[in-house]
Design a protein around this ligand. Structure first.
Ligand code: ADP
Ligand code: AMP
Length: 217
């Protein structure tokens, strides 16, 4: 299956992606994770992305698209993938379509995580991420047993630089202006599935998997 997850920052895309991808045995490809990895390791790609990420702006399309093209060419993505955080605007969606055309495949479905903006702000303000395994936690909604330490791998948890209040506000504007139009884009293509993304994480995963079931081969 070839799936795209869309929804505002904080909707729970990364949280759900880790469970859905593992259930469906497909790789989770998160452009935000790849950029953060490159920033942390001081690569050339990281240097190109950092200033945009710090402000909450989108990294330029040519940089992002080249990175996704390389990632989709890897062996593990040939039978399917779950994209989290890409595409982020209509030009990226059009480029993705061309890339998949060249590979002779198409998207199976686009899953929209539907949640209101107040909830998204609460989620982003408490988000904590494991430095080692990238597992996502929340200081109040999904705390690890020992504050600051990942239950899964013992890694250190950190708060993302772009989860500060002013940057959160700007990222939501960027979402409304640039990313939200993808909802109509994919509805017009007839491949959009909306899932209520409020309530406990496991219930949302169950809802998403139930919505995807008709498409599983
Ligand atoms: P996104 O990838 O869409 O930006 P994340 O998956 O990183 O969002 O989730 C943002 C924050 O919200 C994280 O701290 C996560 O633990 C928390 N979260 C995710 N799903 C839920 C939920 N259903 N209820 C409460 N908090 C959630
Ligand atoms: P995320 O982890 O998805 O919240 O992404 C974090 C940041 O990475 C975003 O605010 C952007 O600066 C950058 N980013 C991630 N995905 C993309 C994309 N598809 N296009 C442009 N920038 C992106």
């Amino acid at each position: 299956m070839r799936i795209v997850l869309v929804g505002p920052p904080g909707a729970g895309k990364g949280t759900q992606a880790q469970f859905i991808a593992s259930q469906l045995a497909i790789p989770k490809i998160s452009t935000g994770d790849i950029f953060r990895y490159n920033v942390a390791n001081n690569t050339e790609l990281g240097a190109k992305a950092k200033e945009y990420m710090d402000k909450g702006d989108l990294v330029p399309d040519e940089v992002t698209v080249a990175m996704v093209r390389d990632r989709l060419a890897e062996d593990d993505a040939q039978e399917g993938f779950l994209l989290d955080g890409f595409p982020r605007n209509v030009p990226q969606a059009e480029t993705l379509k061309k890339m998949l055309d060249e590979m002779g495949v198409r998207l199976t479905v686009v899953l929209e995580l539907v949640v209101d903006e107040d909830e998204v702000v609460r989620r982003l303000s408490g988000r904590r991420t494991c430095r080692r395994c990238e597992r996502i936690w929340h200081a109040d909604y999904d705390p690890p047993e020992h504050a600051g330490i990942c239950d899964d791998c013992g890694g250190e948890l950190f708060q993302r630089d772009d989860d500060k209040e002013e940057v959160i506000r700007h990222r939501l504007e960027v979402y409304r202006e640039q990313t939200a139009p993808l909802i109509n884009f994919y509805a017009d293509e007839g491949i959009l599935l909306g899932v209520d993304a409020t309530g406990p994480v496991e219930e949302i995963t169950a809802r998403a998997l139930a919505a995807l079931r008709p498409y599983v081969r």
